[in-house]
Design a protein around this ligand. Structure first.
Ligand code: FPP
Ligand code: MG
Length: 328
């Protein structure tokens, strides 16, 4: 976070986001199990990228810095939506680890993880009403709806070799980009940005969201070992065909990849030999280069949009995010 430290007050704002997350998720029931789960969630150490884009967006409007506290509250809400979605995602994926730590579902059981995700959602709704953020509340409800569509779309296409790039992009918009759009939109709204600035910020959020998921998907293919507890090629093994794979499937040599998919069947362990074969197919179809190019393209478009916004630390902060997400 070193470069962000240079942005006046930003690290204090991010700390305040954490304070609100802790406050919003405090246990009032006395259930020991719930208390342990909440303790795990609030000390999980996420990167807080979504609150970050919200806080940066909130520096472009005339209400800044008066709206500072409200931005931190909304940042906490957005982070909690992300947290709830990951708790549920880990149940669906049966993931043992997240960010290198045991997931809620592996540590406390699937039942407790379902309840914990629901509990976090209930607190989000409560605090959105309490802070009288009706517009932000409606926007976030619609965003969770989009996230569900993205996940359902991905699930519906599991192991489907006919899934299109458009299907994939629509799913990653829903599951990931939509929350970035909402975060930037809420920052703009709370700080009183005009419609033009707000639209630019939402579009920047959309590009960041796309490249965030594209990068995550790419790293699952090119990493040399487990990444944050997620084994290399686990998306492919679990039937989620991401952009490098889709590019290869639609390449003239796509039949080779279809054969590999047919051979391994669903959810089966994949030998090193098959992994090498996948890598070979990806190399010849240039699926990895194509994905890197797509990532660059989103970063460039976000950069261009940002160039029409006033120069200053907030804009610099966005450029820094883009640099980090395109660094590897
Ligand atoms: C992780 O993606 C998952 C998401 C980005 C979204 C999950 C969304 C839902 C479960 C629906 C919304 C639900 C709630 C409770 C708000 P990934 O599996 O590609 O990434 P990973 O490698 O981090 O697991
Ligand atoms: Mg997952």
């Amino acid at each position: 976070m070193a470069a962000f430290d240079k942005i006046e007050g930003l690290s204090d704002d991010l700390k305040l986001v954490d304070v609100y997350v802790d406050e919003y998720l405090r246990d009032e029931s006395g259930h020991t199990a719930l208390r342990s789960v909440l303790n795990t969630i609030t000390t999980g150490g996420g990167k807080k990228v979504r609150p970050l884009v919200l806080l940066l967006s909130g520096r472009f409007g005339p209400k800044w810095p008066k709206c500072r506290d409200q931005l931190c509250k909304m940042g906490a809400t957005v982070e909690m939506i992300h947290t709830a979605s990951l708790i549920h995602d880990d149940i669906v994926d049966d993931s043992p680890l997240r960010r290198g730590r045991p997931t809620v579902q592996s540590k406390f059981g699937k039942e407790m993880a379902v309840y914990a995700g629901d509990f976090v959602l209930s607190r989000i709704v409560f605090y959105l009403f309490k802070e009288a953020s009706i517009e932000a509340g409606m926007l976030l409800a619609k965003t969770v709806e989009s996230m569900c569509y993205g996940e359902i779309g991905q699930y519906a296409h599991a192991y489907d070799t006919k899934v299109t790039v458009e299907d994939y992009l629509s799913n990653i918009f829903g599951k990931t980009a939509s929350l970035f759009v909402a975060a930037c939109g809420i920052g703009a709204m709370e700080s009183g940005c005009g419609e033009k600035t707000s639209m630019i910020l939402r579009q920047v959020g959309e590009h960041i969201g796309y490249l965030f998921q594209l990068r995550d998907d790419l790293l699952n293919i090119i990493s040399t070992g487990d990444r944050e507890g997620k084994p290399v090629h686990s998306d492919f093994i679990n039937g989620t065909y991401t952009l490098p794979i889709l590019h290869a499937l639609h390449h003239p040599s796509g039949h080779r990849l279809r054969e590999v998919i047919h051979t391994i069947g669903s959810g089966a362990a994949v030998s090193d030999c098959i992994k090498e074969e996948i890598q070979d197919i990806l190399n010849s179809s240039r699926g990895i280069e194509f994905t890197r190019e797509t990532i660059r393209c989103h970063a460039e478009q976000a950069g261009e949009l940002l160039s029409s916004l006033p120069e200053g630390p907030a804009r610099q902060g966005f450029y820094e995010i883009l640099d980090r997400l395109t660094a590897d």
